[in-house]
Design a protein around this ligand. Structure first.
Ligand SMILES: Cc1cn([C@H]2C[C@H](O)[C@@H](COP(=O)(O)OP(=O)(O)O[C@H]3O[C@@H](C)C(=O)[C@@H](O)[C@H]3O)O2)c(=O)[nH]c1=O
Length: 187
């Protein structure tokens, strides 16, 4: 099932799961199935997987600038995360707006986040894992971050100090961020 979100071009994808007495089987990515449903995504060239030990770990908000901008197809492999996209396409009607949703091992929901959005997440269970496909390779020279708490996002756990990387702690705030992305209206 492919569903819109409150952000144009960010999509929610829920692949079917076939359950039986052993557990379930699911095609977590099937290019043809999505194309048959009308969704043709750019080619994926890298798969990423990270583990976050503590509840309240925040990674983000990240982006890669052109020419190595990345679209990401994100899911939770274990545990639960609150995954967020922020529209930073200059000229977009929803510039600066964010969308967040709980992705979990149990719900199997995926988010398609195209280039032009910041991406980040907060873990809601210990030992949560995120798995995501990317449309461009990692490019440290194009890597950038915006401070996780500078975009007005309503994070689900507000009462704890998040576990974050030094890089994310020193990230620029959203009001100083000069976006390298430009909105291109789709038909
Ligand atoms: C992102 C990335 C990192 N690395 C290395 C660099 C560094 O030594 C180590 C950890 O990198 P980071 O601290 O940037 O990892 P992390 O904070 O998990 O970064 C990720 O966050 C989420 C929210 C995203 O959307 C991703 O695109 C990516 O930016 O892994 C790669 O080798 N390839 C990659 O694609």
């Amino acid at each position: 099932m492919i569903e819109p979100t409150t952000l144009q071009d960010v999509l929610r994808i829920t692949p079917p799961r076939f359950g039986d007495h052993r557990g379930f089987f699911s095609e977590s990515w099937n290019k043809k199935r999505l194309a048959d449903a009308g969704l043709i995504l750019p080619e994926f060239v890298q798969d990423n997987h990270s583990l976050s030990r503590d509840v309240g770990t925040v990674r983000g908000l990240h982006f890669q600038s052109p020419p190595h901008a990345q679209g990401k197809l994100v899911r939770c492999g274990r545990g639960r995360i609150f995954d967020v996209a922020v529209d930073v396409r200059k000229g977009s009607p929803s510039y600066g707006h964010w969308y967040g949703e709980e992705l979990s091992f149990d719900n199997g929901v995926q988010l398609w986040i195209p280039a032009g959005f910041l991406h980040g997440f907060m873990t809601l269970e210990p030992d949560s894992e995120i798995v995501y496909k990317c449309t461009d390779h990692y490019s440290p020279d194009c890597d950038g971050a915006v401070k996780w708490d500078s975009c007005g996002i309503s994070w689900p756990i507000e009462e704890i100090t998040p576990v974050i990387s030094e890089k994310d702690d020193q990230a620029q705030s959203f009001d100083r961020f000069e976006t390298p992305f430009v909105y291109e209206a789709t038909a």
